[in-house]
Design a protein around this ligand. Sequence first.
Ligand code: MTE
Length: 336
Amino acid sequence: MLIKTKKSSQLSEQQVTDESFYHSRRDVLKQLGYLGAGSLLAQSASANAGALDFFSSKKDVLFQQQALKFQQASESSQILTPEAKVTSHNNFYEFGTGKGDPVENAQGFKVDPWQLKISGEVDKPFTLGYDDLFKSFPLEERIYRLRCVEAWSMVIPWIGFPLAELIKRAAPNSRAKYVAFETLYDPEQMPGQASRRIGGGVKYPYVEGLRIDEAMNPLTLMSVGLYGKTLPAQNGAPIRLVVPWKYGFKSIKSIVGIKLVEHKPPTTWNMLAANEYGFYANVNPDVDHPRWSQASERRLTTGGLLARNRIATLPFNGYGEEVADMYKNMDLRKDY
Ligand code: MTE
């Protein structure tokens, strides 16, 4: 007998959303024939591009992938963090260190034109312009938990494509062992880069890195949208990384450079405080931050009392089934 198993990490939309806009977007997509019972997966980038052209005037209202890939149900207790919370409670030090600073200070941030350069140990380096970010790879919707190292978490419906697709297109050579990411450096637009006081003493540009197998893991997403719209500036427009089994600081925003490299690249928070923030930064309830426990987290949900939801933190943020194998020979207390 065939038994359909669901991975414990997977979330479904029915279980996570209470947003009226989100529902109305789904209704519109359905009327347009983009959502069938089985929800087709995008077949080709060019077909996707056609869908985008069709909707181009509405890019910020409707996210127009011709098919969304939906995930299976598993955990009935997951509630989507409301869009208003996802877009107003942010860490984006380039726009200030307060949780409300990015939404306030990033509003004029210009994302078009944009250039994302893929380079390094690859046979086919390439650069994507702003429109290419949405047209080059079939887009999918992924509902992921985001667990910040500060011990709060959200559940967010991202739109994006697997980083693996982008890397494959660049044809990495055998020296490509790590992937280094870099955020835009533009102190005129990013007040935190112009002032140590506003930017929290971080050395800019913000940089991050993954091992190549982590970068190629199917869960690793390049996100260009959330809640059915293009990314708001404060969430890392026009393109950011989402690595759901790692602490949020790995999910670098507003990326302009992705470089395949031979050696482990430097990463921003590790450079700032190596004893507190490691290169791997896998969510781990058994390894505390030197200044606080990582055993539990505050799940940001609907506001009010629920916003204080305290829940147990899961190893690898609940994605162990998909990712734990990559670390089976490592001491995660040492490589935190
Ligand atoms: N990327 C850049 N460039 N600058 C930042 O300050 N903060 C990180 C990460 N990416 C950060 C960044 C941290 S600490 C977290 S928790 C997440 O972004 C927060 O993402 P969110 O604001 O979309 O929730």
